[in-house]
Write a protein that binds this ligand. Structure first.
Ligand code: AMP
Length: 394
C-alpha cells in the first residue's frame, strides 16, 4: 500500500503536489474543468492541515517555454474554486531563485502554482537537474496526477529520489482503488467492453483482460480486424491487416479460457467517412466492397445490452463507433444507457470513452470515470505505473 496524505503530517511543511492540470484549452479558455475539480479534495485537505502548497503540472506537449501552454488560466480557475488566491509563478525556468523566495514567503494554508513543468526540457527525459530543482522547494512530495503516472518524468518520478517523504493524493488513491479492485478482485460476472479505433493500441489490454474477465465485448473500429480474422470482408472499414493473426489468436485464447467473446453481429455502414454520409445496417459478414463500418447495428446493441444484464463489474474503454457524429453514436449511446441501468460497479477508462459518456449525458451514472486515458489503459494491461511505484509504501 502506498503512503497516502492521511498518513503524513504536513503542518508548516513545504508540500510539492504534482497535479494533472492537463486541461483542454481553446483560445486560452479551459473547455473542460474535470481535471481541476478532481484535484480539489487533495488540495483542500493539505491546506486544511496547514501545509504550504506548491502545485505543479504539465499542460500539452510544449518542447520548452511556450506562452500558448501557460498554466495561468488554471491558477485563475483554481483560485475561484478554492476561494483564495493561488499565486502563479510565471517563470520559464519553472523553478529558479525567485521561486525559492516566493516559497519562503508562503504561510501555512497558502498555495502557489508553478509554470508548466514541460517548459523545462529535462522534464520528459527525467533528468536529474530539474528533479533536484523541484526537490529543492519541497519537504514533502505528493503525487495526485494519475493521468501522468504512466510517464517517468522529473515531476512524477525523478523528484521522489530527492525528497524525504512522499505520498499519493486522494485522486490517485481513488483511481488505484477502483481500477485495482476491478482488475484484481472483481465482483463477478466481470465484463470488459473494448472499442475505439485500433486493435494495435489495445493488444496488451485484450491479452491481459482475457485472463481475468467472464465476458469480453469488442466493438468500434477494432472489431473489423476481428471480422477479417473470421474470414469476412470488411469493405473500406478500419482494418489492421498485420493484426489479423493476433485477432485469431485472441479468438482462440478466449475459447481456451472459457471467456465469452462477443463481436458485433451487424454494423452500420456508410459510403464515406462523414457526419451526413448516407448509411444502412448490414450483417457483419455482408459488408460490401465500397462501404465502411462506422457503428454497431441495432441487433448488436441488443446483444451487447443483454450480455451486460447480470454483470456486477464492468470496465469500458473505447467507443462503439464514430460517436462524434450523431448518426453513428447510437451504439455508444446504447451501451452508456445499459451501463447506467446496471446494479454494478461501472468503470470508464479515460480519454475518448470518458468524453463519450460525458458528452452523451451519462457521466454521473457511472461508478467511476478515470481521469487518465493512457494511464488507465496501461493499468488494464497489467503494467506497474512508474509514478505510483516511485511513491513510498506505508
Ligand atoms: P481510441 O482513442 O482508440 O479509443 O479511439 C477513439 C476513436 O475511435 C473515436 O474518435 C471514434 O470516432 C473512433 N472510432 C470508433 N469506431 C470507429 C469506426 N468504426 N471507424 C472509424 N473510427 C472509429
Amino acid at each position: 500500500m502506498k503512503k497516502s496524505i492521511n498518513d503524513i503530517n504536513v503542518k508548516g511543511k513545504r508540500v510539492l503536489v504534482r497535479c494533472d492540470f492537463n486541461v483542454p484549452l481553446q483560445e486560452g479558455k479551459i473547455t473542460d474543468e474535470n481535471r481541476i475539480t478532481a484535484a480539489l479534495p487533495t488540495i483542500k485537505k493539505l491546506l486544511a492541515d496547514g501545509g504550504r502548497l506548491i502545485l505543479c503540472s504539465h499542460l500539452g506537449k510544449p518542447k520548452g517555454p511556450d506562452p500558448a501552454a501557460t498554466l495561468a488560466p488554471v491558477a485563475e480557475r483554481l483560485s475561484q474554486h478554492l476561494g483564495l488566491t493561488v499565486k502563479f509563478h510565471d517563470c520559464d525556468c519553472v523553478v529558479c531563485d525567485e521561486t525559492l523566495t516566493l516559497v519562503d514567503q508562503l504561510k501555512n494554508g497558502e498555495v502557489m502554482l508553478l509554470q508548466n513543468t514541460r517548459f523545462r526540457k529535462e522534464e520528459s527525459k527525467n533528468e536529474e537537474a530539474f528533479s533536484k530543482d523541484l526537490a529543492s522547494i519541497a519537504d514533502v512530495y505528493v503525487n495526485d496526477a494519475f493521468g501522468s503516472a504512466h510517464r517517468a518524468h522529473c515531476s512524477t518520478v525523478g523528484v521522489t529520489q530527492f525528497v524525504g517523504e512522499t505520498a499519493v493524493g486522494y485522486l490517485m488513491e481513488k483511481e488505484l482503488k477502483f481500477l485495482g479492485d476491478a482488475v484484481e478482485n472483481p465482483e463477478r460476472p466481470f465484463v470488459a467492453i473494448l472499442g475505439g479505433a485500433k486493435v494495435s493500441d489495445k493488444i496488451p489490454v485484450i491479452n491481459n483482460l482475457l485472463g481475468k474477465v467472464d465476458k469480453l465485448i469488442i466493438g468500434g473500429g477494432m472489431a473489423y480486424t476481428f471480422f477479417a480474422a473470421k474470414g469476412h470482408g470488411v469493405g473500406t472499414s478500419l482494418l489492421e491487416a498485420d493484426r489479423i493473426e493476433f485477432a485469431k489468436e485472441m479468438l482462440q485464447k478466449a475459447k481456451e479460457k472459457g471467456v465469452e467473446l462477443l463481436l458485433p453481429v451487424d454494423t452500420v455502414v456508410a459510403q464515406e467517412f462523414g457526419k451526413d454520409a448516407a448509411h444502412k445496417t448490414v450483417a457483419s459478414d455482408s459488408i460490401e466492397d465500397d462501404w465502411m463500418g462506422l457503428d454497431i447495428g441495432e441487433k448488436t446493441r441488443e446483444l451487447f445490452t443483454s450480455a451486460l444484464k447480470d454483470a456486477k463489474t464492468v470496465i469500458w474503454n473505447g467507443p462503439m463507433g464514430v460517436f462524434e457524429f450523431p448518426n453513428f453514436a447510437k451504439g455508444t449511446l446504447a451501451l452508456a444507457q445499459a451501463l447506467a441501468a446496471l446494479d454494478a460497479t461501472t468503470i470508464i477508462g479515460g480519454g475518448d470513452s470518458a468524453a463519450a459518456v460525458n458528452q452523451l449525458g451519462y457521466g454521473d451514472k457511472m461508478t467511476h470515470i478515470s481521469t487518465g486515458g493512457g494511464a488507465s489503459l496501461e493499468f488494464l494491461e497489467g503494467k506497474k505505473l512508474p509514478g505510483v511505484e516511485a511513491v513510498q509504501d506505508k
